[in-house]
Design a binder for this molecule. Structure first.
Ligand SMILES: Nc1ncnc2c1ncn2[C@@H]1O[C@H](COP(=O)(O)OP(=O)(O)OP(=O)(O)O)[C@@H](O)[C@H]1O
Ligand code: SF4
Ligand SMILES: [Mg+2]
Length: 368
């Protein structure tokens, strides 16, 4: 499939009194038509800023895109004027925000909001737009769409508001949808339903999707490829299957171990990453994950690891990427000894990077 989006060396900084916050610092990736990409990392690593940069929605001041190229279809997003950008935004690229109440207008009915975009971007008449609006609400699973379309956002539950947002995102036949933490405010069952729905609709319409989340379990299940972000950079990139079965960066290993997994004994399942991400204003030299990395070596304090190939279609920014599989096995064996009796009474422990994780009966993220 041809690429629909190509981001090259994107740098988005915030110029604050405390200094320059390098929120996105040299990010490059591409997205194919119809592909689902997961963008994963802890709070503050630059996920939203990188998405907002693609939409050119960075508040200026204090923010500015200081470098890079964002090629979307045949347009260079960073070079076009704001009128053209408005045409793309809400037209070819749609965004679903984390908290729907902040992006739905509380004083307008859903009908007004949905038909307005359809009239503006699709050139429909009021009556056509209304029919299309009802149809879209039905598609995203809102019961009684004829009646519900006349209601205000506060009359919908959190999950239903998310569905309205998705209907609005789909309303202009976008080629790309960016969903920023689309589900964290919802309970897990509704989260799964919403993601299931987004995945089904994007597959049906051949729309590319970027899912932003903290939870690697979520993307392992829904994404084709994954970008792992840390301190403003992509530090690992690969297919969801590869990342899950064969992580090549210690931070990714930490993320995998901090989501619940059924393939590991209960006491070994959750292991949050210790320590805090570095201050984006004063990034220390060397690898920015160093302070939290159990496998750091001297070189990590002085040299910055580049994102380089670490397998088929797999990239990692770690000096020890090649050895990581063995290093993980050592840790897992050590833990198995430590948890000894407890672990024995449960399923046999499997290393995070084991083949079993990616086997057919154990699909990525089935438990996440
Ligand atoms: N308007 C702003 N002014 C100054 N700094 C900002 C601004 N917006 C974002 N930042 C900084 O940019 C960095 C990246 O923020 P971003 O919102 O992209 O994080 P995130 O990965 O989306 O986190 P979360 O998971 O919490 O949503 C953070 O350090 C944040 O403080
Ligand atoms: S480069 Fe060094 S500090 Fe950074 S993740 Fe790899 S081993 Fe750890
Ligand atoms: Mg965010």
């Amino acid at each position: 499939m041809p690429n629909i989006l190509e981001v090259k060396d994107l740098r988005t900084y915030f110029f604050t009194y405390e200094g320059v916050v390098k929120a996105v610092d040299g990010v490059s990736y591409e997205l194919e038509e119809g592909e689902t990409l997961g963008l994963v990392g802890e709070s503050g690593c630059g996920k939203s800023v990188s998405a907002l940069s693609v939409m050119r929605l960075i508040p200026d001041p204090p923010g500015r895109i200081v470098n890079g190229e964002i090629q979307f279809e045949d347009e260079d997003i960073l070079k076009i004027d704001m009128n053209d950008m408005r045409r793309i935004r809400g037209g070819k690229i749609a965004m679903v925000f984390q908290e729907p109440m902040t992006s739905l207008n509380p004083v307008l009915t859903v009908e007004k909001q949905i038909t307005e975009t359809l009239e503006l971007h699709m050139g429909m008449t009021r009556a056509e737009a209304r029919r299309e609006g009802v149809d879209l609400l039905a598609r995203v699973g809102i019961p009684d769409p004829d009646k519900r379309i006349k209601q205000y956002p506060h009359q919908f539950s959190g999950g239903m508001r998310q569905r309205v947002m998705i209907a609005m995102a789909l309303s202009c036949n976008p080629r790309l949808i960016i969903a920023d933490e689309p589900t964290t405010a919802l309970d897990v069952t509704i989260q799964a339903q919403i993601l299931e729905l987004m995945k089904a609709l994007t597959t049906e319409f051949g729309v590319a999707l970027i899912i932003i989340t903290h939870n690697l379990g979520v993307v392992a299940r829904y994404a084709d490829r994954v970008n792992i972000m840390y301190a403003g950079k992509i530090i690992e990139r690969g297919s969801a299957r590869e990342i899950y079965a064969n992580p090549r960066h210690p931070y990714t290993v930490g993320l995998l171990r901090s989501v619940p997994r059924l393939d590991l004994p209960r006491r070994m399942r959750l292991d949050p990453i210790e320590g805090q991400p570095p201050d984006l204003v004063n990034l220390p030299p060397g690898c920015s994950f160093r302070e939290r990395c159990r496998w750091a070596i001297d070189k990590c304090a002085t040299d910055t690891p580049e994102l380089i190939p670490a397998g088929e279609g797999h990239l990692s920014a770690c000096f020890r990427a090649e050895e990581l599989g063995d290093l993980i096995k050592e840790v897992v064996a050590e833990e198995a000894r430590k948890f000894g009796a407890d672990a024995e009474s449960e399923a046999a422990p499997e290393p995070v990077a084991s083949e079993a994780v990616a086997s057919e009966e154990n699909q990525p993220g089935e438990d996440g």
